[in-house]
Design a protein around this ligand. Structure first.
Ligand code: MRU
Length: 351
């Protein structure tokens, strides 16, 4: 496996024209296996069941889901085609609520469909559009990586949360993409990966990706972060985002807010890396972002093993909100936005 980011070693989504292949992220790190999808419903199932996860990867998968459905329905009369496509949009939009990239991608695909009335032409254009969104995500991540890497000092020990790498995107990654870019620029970087309770994206996925890339990684439980910061063992915190509100508040994996508060207390920079497709200017602030509530079994045990007593009440919000005031800088494909706020976010869209 190449140590350079140029090769995109992890192929999270493989587009085969009439079939989408997804790395089954539920099987990692034990097995590297692919799941095949040929319809919007199958892609929606893959998103819901976490075969594919991570905000930009979910958006790309949904776009391919629309392309697959259009291919399947392309020989139907225009009215029936339209009805089937409407159902496909609904099914995909209902798969997960928090990552705005899903709705962003569906919106773009809707625009392509609206401009093409003939089903066969629409199917061809939707496939092209999905592939273009996928390719644009890789480019965006590389640009985010270049921008963010400038703020990663040589020798930095970077605490990251959840998984924001090639597995969570079309390739390269957002926060992990910044780490890859910093390494490619010749900097010595090491990663401290929080395990990310309860679904363990850090322990299972980030640890695996960093090992593939030969980037030094140390796994900690989420509750160890404050202690390590107090000992001066973390130089910066770098995370991704599932949705950034118009005022710069950030929805990301549960536990992110805790890390931001700890970073502020210890005067450690707290950086967020995300593409424009993660910014939702129609959500005025973090309070208006829907937070996914997941099943109790993720908290009471893992992989069939149960450690909590039967009958205990469980809360399992999958994301939290970090107020913009705790964000030292936002890295996007347009560069570095220090201390993001409503005016600065608005200016991003006016450039
Ligand atoms: O529940 P998940 O695994 O889909 O959550 C993913 C995250 O919270 C990531 O940090 C976020 O999507 C950014 S990925 C580049």
């Amino acid at each position: 496996m190449s140590a350079s980011s140029e090769a995109i070693p992890v192929e999270t989504l493989r587009w085969r024209g009439t079939r989408l292949e997804l790395i089954d992220q539920r099987a990692l790190p034990d097995r590297l296996e692919y799941v095949g999808c040929t319809s919007a419903a199958e892609v929606a199932d893959a998103i819901r069941s976490m075969v594919v996860r991570g905000a930009p990867a979910i958006g790309c998968a949904a776009a391919f889901g629309i392309a697959l459905e259009a291919h399947k329905q392309r020989d139907r009369p225009p009215r029936k085609f339209e009805t089937a496509m409407e159902a496909a949009f609904k099914t995909l939009a209902a798969s997960r609520p928090t990552a705005v990239n899903l709705f962003w991608a569906l919106e773009r695909m809707r625009g392509v469909l609206a401009a093409n009335h003939d089903p066969n032409a629409a199917a061809a254009k939707l496939a092209e559009a999905a592939l273009a969104l996928f390719e644009a995500d890789v480019e965006a991540n590389r640009a985010i990586g270049r921008a963010g890497a400038a703020l990663v000092p040589d020798g930095a020990r970077v605490l990251t949360h959840c998984n924001t790498g090639a597995l969570a995107t079309a390739g390269h990654g957002t926060a992990l993409g910044v780490i890859r870019s910093a390494r490619d620029a010749g900097k010595r970087v090491s990663v401290i990966a929080s395990e990310t309770r309860p679904y363990l994206q850090g322990a299972r996925l980030t640890a695996w990706e960093m090992i593939q890339e030969k980037i030094p990684v140390t796994l900690i439980t989420d509750s160890m972060a404050g202690h390590l910061m107090s000992l001066g063992k973390i130089d910066l915190v770098l995370v991704g985002a599932d949705r950034i509100a118009a005022n710069g508040d950030v929805a990301n994996k549960i536990g992110t807010y805790t890390l931001a508060v700890l970073a502020e207390h210890h005067h450690i920079p707290f950086y967020v890396a995300a593409p424009f497709s993660s910014i939702d200017t129609s959500s005025p602030d973090g309070g208006s972002i829907p937070i996914e509530e997941r099943g109790a079994a993720e908290v009471t045990g893992y992989a069939g093993m149960r450690w909590a007593p039967e009958g205990v009440a469980v809360a399992n919000p999958a994301f939290d909100i970090t107020p913009a005031a705790l964000v030292s800088a936002l890295f996007t494909e347009q560069g570095v936005l220090e201390r993001p706020d409503a005016n600065k976010i608005r200016s991003l869209f006016e450039r």
